[in-house]
Design a binder for this molecule. Structure first.
Ligand code: NAD
Length: 417
């Protein structure tokens, strides 16, 4: 099948290389020319386990191409996947659809007569209707079906999740579009579970899922505070809760708050949508507020450890919003570091993958260490903010030998070191 993917970010790139490896002809289009040049040269532009190998083999096969030309990319495509960013509006929190509608306007003149346009980006309920109306207006002769095909991959596991999706939700009433999507994923190693629903339901499933997970994280974080105050162990409590099949064991790990490019923006966007519709989503609102507060609290707790020390040094392990990725968008760790740097203390940071992405945000406000042990050297307190397994498996004798005092705030594994 000839597939065009618009946007080669954390969703578009793993999807593009994955689809090529299933045997499809894939053209990835991105307006960022520098990114396109790198990808053409086989250089990955983001960190995901297994991505580089797939990119290289895809380029070698000749079935995977990259371009910044919309015309070249979509002219012959049977299926066009829109995977551009939908960031939050800073003022209102609603999804900013500028990139999405920008891409739709650019592709409209080049549509082939029989094409399915699938919106993979996370978009407010009803966006598919607007995309369809716009495409029909801009190109009345093309026979185009607009469907919703939300993405559920987890950053840090994007390649794995592409090949092993828990479900593929397809929002369409069109039989032709359903068949095309079945055909698209037919070569996957295991037959995925398809859920065919209306376009609006499909758009809502994505928001409802992310908001639920954000609330679950917020819940366990509040329980962690409760357990700490009550003298209980949150890990034991979470284990006991997770054995109940109605609760389940995942997403019960406390931390410095949820982050990344999805949960913060999607909770705000669904809250905004609901408000416009006159519906109150009080749980989601509480999670948004509590999550913000948690980051402030974590920074305060670190500062408290060094309040009596003149010219304190703080070591930070972890900058990415979670392990397995270099993504620092809305990372609690980065926000906590920013708050610490605002107190003009000496902060030295280390992350196995996210140093470059973090530096774009933090600039010269902190020092960057070449490895985790150097970061901890001479520090008065060490805070662990991202759940990289190598941090848990550190040589703790070596760490203790380097620290000025043995204050370790483990906000991820919650272990006594
Ligand atoms: P991203 O910012 O990493 O990538 C978006 C890409 O689109 C960028 O490379 C950008 O240059 C490109 N782009 C923007 N406008 C374009 C245009 N007109 N033509 C061509 N390219 C254009 O974003 P992302 O993290 O991949 O997220 C994409 C969408 O998928 C969002 O709606 C997001 O909410 C959703 N989503 C993301 C994840 C995730 O884990 N990141 C998971 C599920 C869903």
């Amino acid at each position: 099948m000839k597939v065009a993917i618009i946007g080669t970010g954390y969703v578009g790139l793993p999807t593009g290389v994955g689809l090529e490896s299933l045997g499809h002809d894939v053209t990835c289009i991105d307006c960022d020319r520098e990114k396109v040049e790198k990808l053409r040269a086989g250089v990955v532009t983001l960190f995901e386990e297994g991505l580089e190998d797939l990119l290289k083999s895809g380029l070698q096969s000749g079935r995977l191409t990259f371009t910044d030309s919309m015309e070249q990319g979509v002219r012959e495509a049977q299926l066009i996947l829109l995977a551009v960013g939908t960031p939050p509006d800073r003022q209102t929190g609603q999804a900013d659809l500028r990139h999405l509608f920008g891409a739709v306007k650019q592709l409209a003149p080049f549509l082939s007569s029989d094409v399915v346009v699938a919106v993979k980006s996370t978009v407010p309920v009803g966006t598919g209707d607007e995309v369809e109306t716009l495409l029909r207006r801009l190109n009345p002769t093309a026979h185009v079906e607009v469907i919703s095909l939300p993405e559920f991959l987890r950053e840090g596991y994007a390649v794995h999740d592409f090949f092993h999706p828990a479900r593929i939700v397809v929002g369409t009433q069109s039989g032709r579009a359903r068949e095309l999507i079945r055909e698209l994923y037919a070569p996957l190693p295991n037959v995925p579970r398809f859920l065919f629903v209306s376009r609006r339901s499909s758009e809502a499933i994505k928001y409802a899922s992310n908001a639920f997970l954000a609330v679950k994280i917020h819940y366990i974080n509040e329980m962690a505070d409760f357990c700490e105050a009550a003298g209980a162990n949150i890990h034991e409590v979470a284990q006991g809760m997770g054995l109940d099949s109605r609760i389940g064991p995942v997403f019960l790990r406390p931390g410095p708050g949820y982050g990344g490019s999805c949960f913060p923006k999607d909770t705000k966007a669904i809250d905004h949508m609901a408000h416009k519709l006159g519906v109150e989503l009080s749980l989601i609102r509480a999670a948004i507020k509590g999550n913000k507060k948690r980051r402030e609290n974590m920074a305060q707790r670190i500062m408290k450890e060094v309040e009596d020390i003149p010219s304190p040094k703080i070591a930070i392990w972890g900058l990415a919003f979670k392990e397995g990725t270099d993504d620092c968008r809305e990372s609690p760790a980065v926000e906590i570091v920013q708050r610490l740097a605002n107190h003009h203390v000496d902060v030295c940071v280390y992350d196995p993958q996210a140093m470059t992405t973090a530096r774009r945000i933090l600039g010269d406000s902190v020092r960057y260490a070449p490895d985790m042990y150097s970061a901890a050297q001479g520090a008065d307190v060490l805070a662990i903010l991202t759940e990289w397994p190598q941090f848990d498996a550190a040589d703790w004798k070596r760490v203790a030998g380097g620290l000025r005092s043995r204050h370790i705030l483990d906000f991820r594994f919650f272990k006594k070191r």
